[in-house]
Design a protein around this ligand. Structure first.
Ligand code: ADP
Length: 253
């Protein structure tokens, strides 16, 4: 790494210049390090389903794996690859400087209600109750497809990580001049020391559990990017083994 030092006192101009150069260069190194890490993660995440697919195709060809079992696993892994690539493209788009969100009035309750309808079946499979408390007068402004994507990612997690036969509740209300959305589940929760990490790309508290449930580890990273681009906030609180609550605030119209 490149460092500049000055023999003169830290107070003088060259000393100050050297100091700000060093700060800048180490922060650039951190960015570069993050980028490398991300690329390594992406490669690993893409390679895993590919290895499964190749392995099972080979097994079927050699007659050591039952063809219909092999095909169904290959299909599952192909679907995972597709989800991954779609999520990665979304993230790349969202993180781009030039990405422009739509800015339209959105009936928040209506949008959330429609997402809940899409998830009824999954919720029923785990015998979950879905409790709704949605203030229908709350109008937000933003990109309806993107906000729907956020609610889908969050609800998908809530259902995935909930204990069976518990209740998931969704609330829309106001917090001062802002719209507030709260989603709570009674599930496995997130350990306190891991909470800050869950918005990071590819971070998963339990890799194999997330994988089994079809997760890509990008859902919360995408959700937080979208909310950030809307000038909103997203927070998560959790109690291990008890449950998790995600709170979003957004501008109202
Ligand atoms: P994934 O595709 O793995 O669900 P996410 O980015 O959506 O990825 O979430 C990251 C990680 O945060 C998950 O793997 C899980 O460990 C944790 N997590 C997210 N939501 C919940 C929740 N409602 N309950 C428990 N853990 C959660």
């Amino acid at each position: 790494s490149l460092r500049i030092s000055s023999t003169r006192s830290r107070k003088d101009e060259i000393g100050q210049l050297a100091e700000s150069f060093n700060t800048l260069s180490s922060s650039l190194e951190r960015v570069e390090e993050k980028r490398r890490e991300f690329l390594a993660d992406v490669s690993h995440e893409l390679r895993t389903p590919l290895s499964y697919m190749k392995g099972y195709a080979e097994g079927v060809e050699e007659g050591v794996i039952d063809p219909s079992k092999g095909l169904s696993i290959i299909q599952k892994e192909a679907n995972r690859l597709e989800r991954l690539v779609n999520d990665l493209l979304d993230l790349a788009q969202l993180e781009g400087e030039s990405y422009v969100m739509k800015d339209e009035p959105i009936a928040f309750a209506q949008l959330v209600y429609e997402v809940v309808e899409q998830f009824r079946y999954l919720a029923a499979q785990k015998r979950l109750q879905v409790h709704l408390d949605l203030d229908e007068d709350v109008i937000i402004s933003g990109d309806p497809d993107r906000i729907e994507q956020v609610i889908r990612n969050l609800l998908d997690n809530a259902i995935k990580y909930a204990h069976e036969e518990t209740t998931i509740s969704l609330t829309i209300g106001r917090e001062g001049s802002r719209a507030q959305f709260i989603l709570s589940d009674q599930g496995i929760g997130i350990p306190e020391d891991k909470l800050a990490l869950v918005f990071e790309r590819f971070y998963r508290v339990n890799k194999s559990r997330s994988r089994k449930k079809g997760g890509t580890g990008l859902g919360l990273a995408i959700a937080s990017q979208i909310i950030k681009k809307h000038g909103g906030t997203i927070d998560i609180t959790s109690q291990e083994l008890k449950g998790t609550t995600v709170t979003i605030t957004l501008k109202t119209l």
